[in-house]
Design a protein around this ligand. Structure first.
Ligand code: CA
Ligand code: CA
Length: 148
């Protein structure tokens, strides 16, 4: 099996599309969405590693604690979604299910860019219900894709 590098995972134009999608999603919600790509989970469970990356990226630094991290381990084709405590306090346990299933269906077809785009759009829509955009909202966390 060929090793898939992070650089091959998305083209430059797909990356830009993803960044634009994050920016657009954040026009509807005060929630902050980030994407992190890396080769593998560093011998940790994907849940442990996702939480670790969330902390490394200082994603808890939002006023409403409503940031969400979409984490992808590229070689493993695995992903996880982690939302901060402000989200977990107000949503049901199945809150991310629609986002995850959209992502899974695209990833199964090796369509990573559209999987991420669909997931970001869905996450934005989901967050909007609980954390609508408000006048004066700031872009608290970078929209750039983070790579480990
Ligand atoms: Ca914001
Ligand atoms: Ca942002």
């Amino acid at each position: 099996m060929s090793q898939r590098s992070i650089e091959d995972f998305l083209t430059a134009s797909q990356e830009q599309q993803i960044i634009d999608t994050i920016r657009n999603a954040e026009r509807q919600t005060s929630g902050e969405i980030r994407v992190h790509l890396e080769h593998n989970t560093h011998d940790k469970t994907i849940e442990e590693r996702t939480l670790e990356v969330f902390q490394i990226l200082k994603m808890h630094n939002t006023e409403q604690h409503n940031a969400v991290l979409i984490y992808v381990a590229v070689e493993d084709k695995q992903f996880a979604i982690y939302g901060d405590k402000g989200i977990n306090e107000v949503v049901s346990d199945d809150f991310w299910d629609s986002t995850k299933s959209l992502m899974t269906s695209h990833f199964k077809k090796d369509d990573y860019a559209n999987g991420l785009i669909a997931a970001i759009q869905e996450a934005g829509k989901q967050l909007k219900a609980f954390f609508p955009w408000r006048f004066g909202d700031r872009d608290e966390l970078s929209n750039e894709i983070s790579k480990g």
